[in-house]
Write a protein that binds this ligand. Structure first.
Ligand code: SF4
Ligand code: SF4
Length: 96
């Protein structure tokens, strides 16, 4: 069981709308072509692609004012699979 700090809950609810996009600070590997714009892609020396993260830690495709994804229709597969309320989601929220 995971204990969620009270500061991360609004009306006891886990929701992306009351979260500072905590999961958008994780490393996101790009493993299939969903049309992510090149300016948001970092390539390592082995040719592996991840979402570019800026100095503040967040993915470069995140709107810093709204905490919304600016490339939602083209976001990587991993972002599509990341489930709100999952163990990983609660872990990231607890870290914020
Ligand atoms: S999936 Fe979880 S960690 Fe990601 S924005 Fe939504 S509530 Fe926050
Ligand atoms: S592509 Fe969008 S959903 Fe995925 S980490 Fe970046 S801002 Fe978040």
């Amino acid at each position: 069981m995971t204990t969620i700090p009270a500061k991360n809950l609004v009306d006891g609810e886990v929701s992306c709308s009351n979260c500072r996009a905590c999961c958008c600070r994780l490393e996101v590997m790009i493993i299939s072509d969903t049309g992510v714009p090149e300016r948001h892609i970092a390539v390592d020396k082995w040719g592996g692609e991840t979402m570019l993260r800026l100095d503040d830690g967040w993915c470069s495709a995140l709107d810093r004012d709204t905490f919304m994804c600016t490339i939602y229709e083209n976001r990587p597969w991993i972002c599509r699979e990341f489930e709100m309320g999952s163990y990983e989601c609660l872990e990231e929220r607890a870290r914020d």
